[in-house]
Design a protein. Structure first.
Length: 105
């Protein structure tokens, strides 16, 4: 009686050419305008949490201010939710009601 190695189990390791791996869904993180959060704070959030350059942060902040909302970035679900949570926690700690939302791409 011969012993099987871990590579000789009854597992089919052949991957067919028709097998496709689905890309994860992507989501937009959108900052929402309010009457209390300062433009400087929104710019700071964009630079700290979303790693935007100063110029990009100012452009997005102006969208939030002028259009009522601004798209911050497109991420996988877990990353998007984490960034929204970080944004809202930082806003609360600094006394601002800034909100962010998730939109499916």
């Amino acid at each position: 009686m011969s012993k099987k190695t871990i590579f000789e189990n009854d597992v089919d390791t052949n991957v067919g050419l028709d097998d496709k791996i689905e890309e994860p869904r992507l989501y937009k993180v959108v900052l929402l305008n309010d009457d209390y959060t300062t433009m400087d704070f929104v710019t700071e959030i964009l630079m700290i949490i979303f790693h935007k350059t100063k110029d990009d942060a100012v452009k997005i902040m102006l969208d939030v201010h002028n259009k009522g909302k601004g798209i911050v970035g497109i991420y996988s679900y877990d990353i998007a939710v984490t960034k929204i949570k970080q944004t809202e926690e930082m806003a609360i700690k600094n006394g601002f009601p800034l909100k962010a939302e998730l939109e499916e791409e």
